[in-house]
Ligand binder design. Sequence first.
Ligand code: SF4
Length: 358
Amino acid sequence: MSEAAKKDLRSMNLDDMTALLKELGQPAFRAKQLFGWVHEKQVQRIDEMHNLGKALIAKLEETCEIVPFALERKQVSKDGTEKFLFKLQDGNYIECVLMRYRGDMSKQRNTLCISSQVGCAMGCTFCATGQGGFVRNMSAGEIVSQVYEVNHQLAEEGDTLPVGNIVLMGMGEPLLNLDNVLKAVALLNDPQGQQIGIRRMTLSTCGVVPQMKTLADKKLDMVLAVSLHAPNDALRSSVMPVNNRYPLAELMEGCRYYQKQTKNRISFEYALIAGFNDQPEHVQQLKTLLKGLDCHLNIIPVNPVANTAQFSRPDRKQVAAFVKALQNAGLNASVREEKGTDIDGACGQLRGKVIKEQ
Ligand code: SF4
């Protein structure tokens, strides 16, 4: 069997493994063992699964693989944020960002921001990934591999906390790769795997309304973060082409549907750009737009991105005044500083740099 035809074990759930082992003439209990090696112990090679027996290991090596997922580069920011660039089997690159929160024992956690696509078709003008275009969807195995490989890094460094929170906010629009994303979410949540609670997972979308409704109908307890970034259609369409397809009225209708189905509060991301979306009238427009929704606005002072020098970052006073005005208008709003700005923290920047260097 050629390498290309081998089955990717990390993309398989228990049903897939049960079917595989049946094909290989193995008893059913082997599927649970295999699942444990792949998704709980996160082995990197099939020959590490020593209790499966030499004959089965040989069969698995012949027909399956744990897809190589090589760490190409790691950068550490002054604020402690770590950015990983991984090379996929086909030579493409993706990246993810680790944030280790410390302090109070009960609040300690490792949060990983992961990618769901190689590149992105949505073309948001403020985003390095969007400027690079779409390449392909990531498989469920590639999505979970980000967590497993970062867990290996953490263990090597003696950090006893594995990744416990997931943010689908890296490269790509997760709702446009929904089947693989949902399979990865279920694998990460599995009690026989990493057991990461669905409530500890956040999915970020630029607002692809039909898929938002599909996700809503799954009634998962996942946090939905919507990239809003502008309070009216004219401004939003100028930075987010998706708004031409699904303007704000439709987006809000999708958000209300999501909330009705899941009863979850929605987070709105709002990159604050000086002189663009930070004016007093924008506060009023946001108030009207978000009326009746249980939501939170994360105000993120915009991060400088190559090729988007036209966006200037508001100073601290301007940011504080805007947030205060939102709160006075009755909205839940707070500032979220983007992490890792000194290590190309915005999505897609590290990948862009490596591709340029080649
Ligand atoms: S911000 Fe997100 S949706 Fe927009 S282009 Fe970048 S990766 Fe795609």
